[in-house]
Ligand binder design. Structure first.
Ligand code: DAH
Length: 341
């Protein structure tokens, strides 16, 4: 029996050397030290021993058990450490590997134009204000000197939500909201989306963008309007740009003008962009109508002002020679990438 015990001890020692996972280790533990294991098997034969041998073998058996226990504990520790090391190794991040490049986005050309627009007007002391896209009839029309059933409403094919609410057809409503809450001097621009029931084609979209401008103070004249717009046109289209005023009509301004700039494409020789005229129309403007001022509690005998409304989409298409306004709304990356800075 002594030989069997020692052989078992040696065999386990050798087997433990090659154990590399906890499952195998557990199997060895069961096989040798378990209730039905080999050690128990050997001890069951103790009865066959002489009374002198029994305590000696008993002691040896105990020694073997505690030794195997200890070795198995050590092996368990070793295997756990190896597993941990292997995991750390597998999870190491190789910081010398080339990274995965994430494609970066860019500002939409409309927003680029808007940012330039805001920069130019902020540098002239204008604040930027916001207004609601769902407006009341009052702000979109009546307070702008366009009473109900006035024929001037036909200029803007408007989406009505009910009798009183509509999708704003112009950013001009912002003028009223500002004048109701601020005292002159007022200098604001209000960019935003506007809506009209227009058929989609190369130059029309039912959703488009405007920027409204308003200045109210003592002694403001049409010369101020011209100066501001000339400055703006030169910054957007280049220092050689000329500006031309043509008489026009808007219910909320008197006098009203249509403003053209010299064609930035052909230098006024005549081309497709300016349809051979040498000029492109960029905005409507005028001196704020006294009815509009007094409706907002501003005395037209004391104060005067000018206002303008510019189409951001057209500004963007003429600036970048984009032939079709629909390109601005289709979100085709092949188109948009050309404007990435
Ligand atoms: N709201 C006008 C439109 O959508 C543009 C406009 C013209 C705005 C003259 C103004 C202005 O503030 O004074 O056609």
């Amino acid at each position: 029996m002594k030989a069997a015990l020692e052989a078992m001890r040696e065999s386990v020692r050798q087997q433990l050397d090659s154990v590399s996972d906890l499952k195998n280790l557990e199997a060895l533990r069961v096989k040798y030290l378990g209730k039905k294991g080999e050690l128990t098997g050997i001890l069951k034969q103790m009865g066959k021993l002489s009374p002198e041998e029994r305590p000696l073998i008993g002691q040896l058996a105990n020694e073997v058990r505690s030794q195997l226990d200890a070795w198995m504990g050590e092996t368990e520790q070793k295997v756990k450490e190896q597993l941990q090391a292997a995991r750390l190794q597998a999870e190491t991040v190789d910081i010398s590997m080339p990274g995965k490049k994430k494609p970066t986005g860019g500002l939409h050309p409309l927003n680029q134009t808007l940012e330039d627009f805001i920069d130019i007007f902020q540098s002239m002391g204008f604040d930027v204000v916001d207004g609601p896209e769902v407006e009341t009839d009052y702000y979109n029309f009546q307070a702008l000197n366009v009473p109900q059933d006035h024929p001037a409403r036909d200029m803007q094919d408007t989406f009505f939500l009910n009798e009183n609410l509509l999708l704003r057809s112009q950013t001009s409503a912002a003028q009223i909201r500002v004048m109701e809450h601020r005292k002159p001097p007022i200098r604001i621009i209000c960019p935003g989306r506007v809506f009209r029931a227009d058929e989609v084609d190369a130059t029309h979209s039912p959703v488009f963008h405007q920027v409204e401008g308003l200045v109210v103070d003592k002694g403001i004249s049409i010369c101020d309007l011209k100066g501001v717009l000339e400055q703006f046109a030169r910054e957007i289209y280049g220092p050689e740009t000329k500006v031309r005023f043509r008489p026009s009509f808007f219910p909320f301004t008197e006098p009203s003008v249509e403003v053209d700039v010299s064609c930035p494409e052909c230098g006024q020789k005549g081309c497709r962009v300016c349809k051979g005229t040498g000029w492109i129309e960029i905005l409507g403007a005028g001196m704020v109508h006294p009815n509009v001022l007094s409706g907002c509690g501003i005395d037209p005998e004391v104060y005067s002002g000018f206002a303008f409304g510019i189409g951001l989409d057209r500004l963007t298409t003429t600036r970048h020679k984009i032939s079709d306004i629909r390109l601005l709304f289709e979100n085709d990356l092949r188109f948009l990438k050309q404007f990435q800075k």
